[in-house]
Design a protein around this ligand. Sequence first.
Ligand code: 3PG
Ligand code: MG
Length: 415
Amino acid sequence: MPLEYMGGAFATLDDVDVKGKRVIVRFDLNSPVGKDGEILDDSRIVEAAATLRELCDRGAAVVALSHQGRPLEDDFVSLEKHASLLARHSGVDVGFVMDVVGPEALRTVASLRPGEAVLLDNTRIVSEDYIEAEGRVHARGIMVSRLSKLASIYVNEAFSASHRSQASIVGFPYVLPSAGGRILEREIRALNRAVTSGERPKVVVLGGAKLKDAVKIVDYLTSSGVADEVLTTGLVGLLFLYARGYRLTRDVANLLARKGGEEAITKARRIVEEGRRVRAPLDFVVEVGDKTYIKPADELTEGVPKDIGPSTVEYFGAKMRGARVIVMRGPAGVIEDARFRRGTVELVKAALSSGAYTVFGGGHFRAILRELPDHLKSRVGHLSTGGGALLYYLSGRPLPGVKALVDSAKIFKLV
Ligand code: 3PG
Ligand code: MG
């Protein structure tokens, strides 16, 4: 079934016949890498393996692509280890070539038979893949023109990189009939339900420390009428208290200025002045020296607020109780420290007990959800793997990678 996206629609793997065809699949295998080049968390590779397996079982010859890290950074490494993990988790014998668009890559791709798979090397070795440009422009570039000649279908299975307008994400859909992969499909389906469906009330709980992104999201959600309530926690909550004129310590004010800049603070003030529906925490767990205290929001004159307090948990919990949809992104406190984990855990429990459809965004929640009893775990609607991409979606900005799929569906009359 085609999937709706921003007024258009794109094809999924159910809408394309891959049998006997060479299929380029852009995965996002980008993973944390340790000092010796070992992969520290293979969860993206494990998820990708299922799609690879499905395509090979359906008789496709799979040309797998992915980036890893950013040029000149420590985790900018070759994909050799990714290939063996992909093989182990999919049960498919995945080949690897230390090349992306050179003769060895092209030879290997050209000789690939149905049911076989090869992973080419880190796409960002090719400079085009680290340049943001329109899909139609990238389509004329070297990467897309060379590889697309050897394939007949393109699959975007890189939801978490689809906020990038880079060659391997946006170029192929303009020259090959293209579809969204299973992971991308699940993400868009869940986010469509959370954001664009008629289910109301919708409550969005925003925490963490990415202030610039958070303000964009609050701005969009409260001006478009998408959210009925926006509840802020973490540093985002402190930002909105600050915007309302609450007194904070110089250290906290400096932290807000450093993380958000003048821009985020000004925007937050405007949102508050316009009387939009955004709530800030009532109290906090504050660390002063080596002790912790519960302090109301108007008494944050010393120490560092590290978690939301019990009154906030109760207040936000009550707001969530009547919700039909809850989206939660970013932790409420410094959850790496067990003393400041409670606020986040309690809000997660409240969301899951509310009966609403729940979407969680960000790796922080993976660990927290794992610790919960089964009856709560089973109520998770969706756990999103797309950090930056999710922020894009929630702030109403079109994802270039998904928009390219919609264009492809039109060009090749797929839906
Ligand atoms: C990610 O892990 O956020 C994605 O793989 C995108 O990577 P990037 O931020 O380097 O583009
Ligand atoms: Mg990133």
